[in-house]
Design a protein around this ligand. Structure first.
Ligand code: TRP
Length: 332
């Protein structure tokens, strides 16, 4: 067959359709195990499609969601100290960068210390990365931005090839969305892509009163509820499922014993949903829950443990005055 005939028969269209099919396949694969399990669960990474990433940005601006602004305030107060402690001539990497909105503070400080900078934002969301590249390009002409579309949880091969000293930002308390043993495995895989002297900056939320935690994960405006429900909306969009979003309720609970917030979608009545892409009927009793996410809240002891177990050495920590949030510098 001549190359030209591929075009004649509509190859470009088939490619984009195939790509959509592959993306939906990945969603189907991610949803299958949890939807067939009792109790039911869905993997949190399904939150972050284009709609979900935009909703999460909205969450970070809620007055109740103290995490983002508290971490930002720590960067605003201590960016100089943090970069000083990390060492000279740094290349920045950010895991789960999203739109990298807090990172600007560190980048600005970096570019006062070195004339040029290199930044590798890593994220599964191409739309969020694109927003980051546009914004940073406009704001920092001396910064080269090399976005990497990837799920960092398996370690990112490309980091091996970066020369020079790296500072890996893992901020926003995303680490808290893994089970403790899984968080150690993720950090260990990241550590394997680093060299002696490279550093990790870990942002983590501290354990605190449920009076502060609960509204942060269940705001009166319902943005968090919409974010949580987007996971079902996404299955409707991509897998042609028929989850009735109004028949599920967002539930956020503080589990003190495990030191974590737990997020669920609770079925308000007995109901059934069909997921064509999985050829699966999913039945729910009234009050039955789908577990969508945990968000661990740390003590200093927990931070020290996960860093030590993953092969990092904790060097210095910064926190806000209320001790709500912490930023921790660790070394390979
Ligand atoms: N990483 C965020 C956190 O743990 C995710 C998040 C915020 C979230 N609000 C949520 C997840 C509500 C599920 C439901 O803080």
């Amino acid at each position: 067959m001549r190359a030209g005939s591929l075009w004649e028969y509509g190859w470009p269209m088939a490619t984009s359709k195939q790509m959509q099919f592959l993306a939906n396949e990945a969603t189907a694969l991610a949803a299958r195990e949890g939807l067939s399990a009792i109790p039911r669960w869905l993997p949190a990474k399904l939150f972050y499609d284009e709609v979900g990433s935009a909703l999460f940005e909205q969450i970070t601006e809620l007055p109740e969601y103290y995490l983002t602004r508290t971490e930002r305030a720590i960067f605003e107060s201590y960016a100089g100290e943090i970069l000083q402690a990390a060492g000279p001539s740094l290349t920045l990497v950010e895991l789960g960068a999203g739109t990298a909105s807090k990172t600007c503070i560190l980048i600005e400080e970096l570019l006062q210390r070195q004339s040029r900078g290199l930044f590798y934002p890593i994220d599964v969301s191409p739309s969020a990365l694109q927003a980051a590249v546009m914004q940073l390009g406009r704001q920092f002409p001396q910064l080269r931005v090399n976005p990497i579309i990837a799920d960092y949880t398996g370690g990112v091969e490309a980091l091996n090839r970066i020369s020079g000293r790296k500072l890996v930002l893992y901020i926003g308390s995303s680490i808290g969305n893994f089970e403790p043993d899984e968080s150690v495995r993720v950090l260990r895989r990241i550590r394997r892509t680093l060299r002696m002297g490279d550093a990790l900056l870990l942002g983590a939320d501290f354990a605190k009163s449920p009076k502060i935690l609960l509204p942060a994960y269940d705001d009166p405006r319902g943005v968090t509820a919409a974010f949580n429900k987007n996971i079902l909306a996404r299955l409707n969009r991509e897998l042609d499922a028929d989850f009735d979003l109004d028949a599920f309720r967002h539930v956020a609970l503080w589990n003190k014993r495990c030191s974590r917030m737990e997020m669920y979608l609770e079925s308000e009545c007995p109901q059934q949903a069909f997921v064509p892409a999985l050829d699966m009927d999913v039945e729910f009793g009234a009050g039955e829950r789908i577990h969508t996410e945990n968000s661990y809240k740390y003590t200093m002891g927990m931070i020290e443990t996960i860093l030590r177990e993953s092969g990092f050495k904790l060097e210095q920590s910064w926190r806000d005055r209320q001790k709500w949030f912490g930023v921790h510098l660790a070394r390979v």
